[in-house]
Design a protein around this ligand. Sequence first.
Ligand code: HEM
Ligand code: NAG
Ligand code: NAG
Length: 263
Amino acid sequence: MIMVMGLLVVLAHLKGSSSTHLSTDFYEKSCPTVFSIVQSVVKSAIREEKRMGASLLRLHFHDCFVQGEKTAGGNNNSVRGYEVIDDIKSKVEAVCPGIVSCADIVTIAARDSVFLLGGPTWKVKVGRRDSTTARLEAANSGVLPAPDSNLTTLIQKFKDQGLSPTDLVALSAKKGLLHSDQALYDGGSTDSLVELYSKSPESFNKDLVVAMIKMGDISPLTGSNGEIRRIAGSPTELIRKKKRHLSYENKKIRVFYYPIVVK
Ligand code: HEM
Ligand SMILES: *[C@@H]1O[C@H](CO)[C@@H](O)[C@H](O)[C@H]1NC(C)=O
Ligand SMILES: *[C@@H]1O[C@H](CO)[C@@H](O)[C@H](O)[C@H]1NC(C)=O
């Protein structure tokens, strides 16, 4: 039996996990306090203005569908909550610099908002990374349904993102928690669900949790894709250039020796 030392060079990321999918424990070692920081900022924002909870939830919806863009047509000036995300981001950066993505902060803030407004809660999956490009084009390309979209279009646009009609209704449902869309209760196929939810908060909560998690799973950037944005807003060319340079310093070479057994 001969032992041969095999050499394997792995270029690994120094910081965070290089996992390529979302998980609930992604920040367990690298930034465990992120959840309490998000919750406390969201709590005080909602205490100050209840509507902010709704705004943060909507921000998550937009972020998931088009990887949100502040100045996109249609949402221009109507999408609120970026100040709250910026505030959370700077507090998180102070504790765990360069670890937590803005996309995850938006997702956690949406989960906390739903709960603080009287809805259900759930374990939130994290590990998203931020896009390195502004998504203005995508945001204007019709991925998001228009406010006057008919039910067929609404169902189709949600289906394009892997979401069912049930997800559509649960995410858009009444209860004062979310806004509702007239098209969802207009003599069509989703009427029965709207009626069910109005009678059964348990069904609503159950379907909402499923739909929120599915929405958070829409094509996230993970692993080595995208970046961890240092500032919550849209990336600028300047930030991108600096990042590209820094990314070499963020990597280290790990060398593993594997004993290979030759019989
Ligand atoms: C189904 C397609 C959707 C359309 C066409 C749509 C459209 C809109 C529009 C036009 C507004 C602004 C209303 C106003 O300012 O008076 C709005 C607000 C809002 N949307 Fe949607 N939306 C949709 C789906 C969703 C989903 C899936 C969610 C959440 C999961 C959501 C959450 C919200 C919330 C919470 C607000 C209020 C935000 C605030 O007060 O700042 N929407 N939506
Ligand atoms: C959004 O609003 C700002 C300020 O009102 C304006 O400068 C910008 O051109 C608008 N963007 C779009 C895409 O409409
Ligand atoms: C729904 O809207 C789409 C796009 O505007 C249109 O093509 C379609 O005919 C409409 N469907 C119904 C059932 O009204």
